[in-house]
Design a protein around this ligand. Sequence first.
Ligand code: ADP
Ligand code: MG
Length: 274
Amino acid sequence: EPQPSASRPLVSPVHEASSSASLAVEATHIVKHFGDLAVLHDVSLAVEEGTVTTIIGASGSGKSTLLRCMNLLERPDQGELMIADERIRFDRNPKGDIVGLDRRQIQRLRAKVTMVFQQFNLWPHLTVLGNITEAPMRVKGLSRRDATKAAEHYLARVGMLERADTYPAFLSGGQQQRVAIARALAMEPRVLLFDEPTSALDPERVSEVLAVIRSLADEGRTMLMVTHEMAFAREVSDQIIFLDEGRVGIAGTPTDVFEQTHHERCQRFVSPAA
Ligand code: ADP
Ligand code: MG
């Protein structure tokens, strides 16, 4: 076994696996319209196992739509998705219906690719614990006992175990979002999606949620995130994608995108004062 040298930092086993370039997500030529409105034109991207990719871009550029295509909350009109070992080709049959998906495949994929939303989306009539055990019991068929054990593990992970019996309405936004992250983790997904996870929070609550996301990145989770927290994106991301009116404007390392880009609109977006 190779010994870590003093000059090379230790990498986690998960990151080591990523150096063999196994892809957790590959989207190819994704096209999406809402009626007459073309939202995604021809989007291709790849996310390596164990890495963090952040999508940035102006409001309305298609970031949420792209993320929602990744767990089929939106269905692309055209293109191909390879995600968590599922490969799906989207196309239209002669009647114009979008084909290429069966219900079982959607269910399998949703269990492997879980999403954290801007507005938390916790069920108000369920306790914190109930919010987390629901999907693992219903979708994965876990017993209540096993689902509770897993829920307690992930609640401890986000620092919310002592609020397990509380209803969401009695929690701050930051606490609700940490519960939502525990809920996403409890499905033990291959890929975690975050759509502006801190945009609905009071400023003093943002850092507690970013700290949780940072710790997930540090443990080598595969994540695809949309955020306007530029400093954070730069710090935790392996890859940044600038989405420009439904097209990939530029994709690269944080240094590529924040410092060395010659893409004019991206430059203006990341450093508006310059
Ligand atoms: P972003 O997340 O980058 O702000 P979105 O993906 O939410 O962008 O939206 C991209 C465009 O698609 C916007 O013009 C938006 O109004 C439109 N859009 C998003 N969702 C829908 C929908 N369900 N029906 C119709 N138009 C939509
Ligand atoms: Mg959005």
